[in-house]
Design a protein around this ligand. Structure first.
Ligand code: ZN
Length: 142
């Protein structure tokens, strides 16, 4: 078993489905200057295999962004070697910006002032969002 020491202050992102760790790492932490470890394919009773990310000197992480990638994720906030808070990734009901409307004729592609806004209409295996401008359904994928 690979030994990685615990962290004094920081966050542990746990129960990441094996394979998603790298995506999350690239999306959220590729430019951090804090010590960060990505553990891949750790044995898990719940998932079989899982990935874990530990990052020091950090208190917050975007739970919506995590939820878009993987809904099983739990986030442990560690302060002075103590578990301070346990959070769960959330699936965002509404997304502003960040994703693009799938409809090529949608006004959000041509009008800079039309910030795309989407509402979750289905979260069953994949996340489907409806554009508030043209009502086209956009399936969220990374
Ligand atoms: Zn649209």
């Amino acid at each position: 078993m690979l030994e990685v020491k615990g962290i004094e202050n920081g966050i542990v992102i746990d129960h990441i489905n094996a394979g998603n760790g790298l995506k999350i790492f690239n999306l959220l932490f590729s430019e951090t200057e804090q010590p960060v470890v990505l553990l891949m394919n750790v044995k898990s009773e719940l998932l079989g295999r899982k990935d874990i990310i530990k990052i020091e000197n950090t208190k917050e992480v975007d739970l919506n962004l995590l939820g878009l990638i993987d809904q099983n994720i739990t986030v442990n906030v560690i302060e002075n070697n103590q578990l301070k808070n346990k959070l769960k990734a959330t699936i965002p009901r509404v997304i502003k910006g960040g994703i693009k409307c799938q409809n090529p004729r949608c006004i959000t592609h041509t009008d800079d002032y039309a910030i795309p806004e989407f509402t979750l209409v289905k979260a069953n295996g994949k996340l489907e969002y409806e554009c508030s401008y043209c009502e086209e359904i956009t399936v969220y994928k990374l």
